[in-house]
Write a protein that binds this ligand. Structure first.
Ligand code: 15L
Length: 262
């Protein structure tokens, strides 16, 4: 049966806030979890991933977990270790204890950020070698491998989303390749919650819209039923007029991770 009640960690964050608007339209009931109080939602759970009792209680009775909680960019290694690495481990332990069978993990393009931008514009495959550009990107590599371990060892299925740049609108030239629109983010998460996955049940897919200038292959997403409808291209003329054509020698444009590589 399709999952219905979903635990959303990081519900107060940027992507969490978008998904709170997008997912109910697909019929999900959301249980919100964040260390930042969501005062507009009386049922929201205010707790830290490190609070394993609260986290396990939050996971009890849900059909799936969408795991967004974490530091969303570079930070001192100790903080990445506590929040992103240990926190994601605590999340999977809670899922296992509560018997949750499906997780959608917010990975990031920064897991491969030191990959050179494809010269011919052709798409990078999802099995391109990991080249994290930050401790943050490294924590996403860890999360994907942790997901694979919990699939093999415990049968918990995960779709890892290598999210590009999820914003209401693209606002840099790089976003013409990396943008994920809020509506496509909803489509992607819905597909990830409902897809039949191959055994043993971990797949990574690129989380971008159907951008004309996309760097990443959309085939893995299509294989799980993600059919993006948006494209950053209508914003191209204005962004290029404002910022100019990207300088290929600038590391910000040379690597897919952009300024995270600097
Ligand atoms: C990310 O992983 C960050 O969380 C987000 O803030 C953006 O910077 C995004 O990547 C990006 O690469 O644009």
């Amino acid at each position: 049966a399709a999952p219905r009640t979903v635990l959303l960690t990081g519900a107060a964050g940027a992507v969490g806030t978008m998904l709170r608007a997008e997912l109910p339209g697909y019929g999900y009931r959301l249980r919100l979890f964040d260390r930042t109080p969501i005062t507009a939602e009386p049922g929201a759970i205010t707790a830290d991933l490190a609070d394993t009792e609260e986290l396990t209680a939050a996971a009890r009775g849900v059909d799936a977990i969408v795991h967004l909680a974490g530091i969303p960019g570079e930070a001192p290694f100790a903080d990445i270790l506590t929040v992103n690495i240990n926190g994601t481990h605590q999340l999977y332990e809670a899922a296992r204890a509560a018997g949750v069978r499906r997780v959608v993990f917010a990975s990031s393009n920064h897991a491969v950020g030191f990959t050179e931008r494809p010269a011919d514009g052709g798409p990078l495959r999802v099995d391109t070698p990991r080249r994290p550009d930050t401790y943050y990107g490294l924590s996403k590599c860890f999360g994907e491998d942790l997901a694979a371990l919990y699939a093999d060892r415990h049968g918990i299925e995960t779709v890892s989303l290598r999210i590009g740049s999820c914003y209401p609108e693209p606002f840099t030239v790089r976003h013409l390749a990396t943008w994920l629109s809020p509506a496509d983010c909803g489509r992607l998460v819905h597909a990830s919650l409902t897809a039949e996955l191959p055994h043993p049940g971990h797949v990574a897919v690129h989380g971008i819209s159907a951008n004309t200038r996309a760097w990443w292959d959309l085939a893995p997403g299509r294989a799980i039923g993600y059919h993006p409808q948006d494209d950053a291209e209508p914003f191209a003329a204005a962004l290029l007029a404002k910022y100019g054509e990207p300088d290929e020698d600038d590391p910000e444009f040379h690597y897919v991770g952009g300024d995270f590589t600097q």
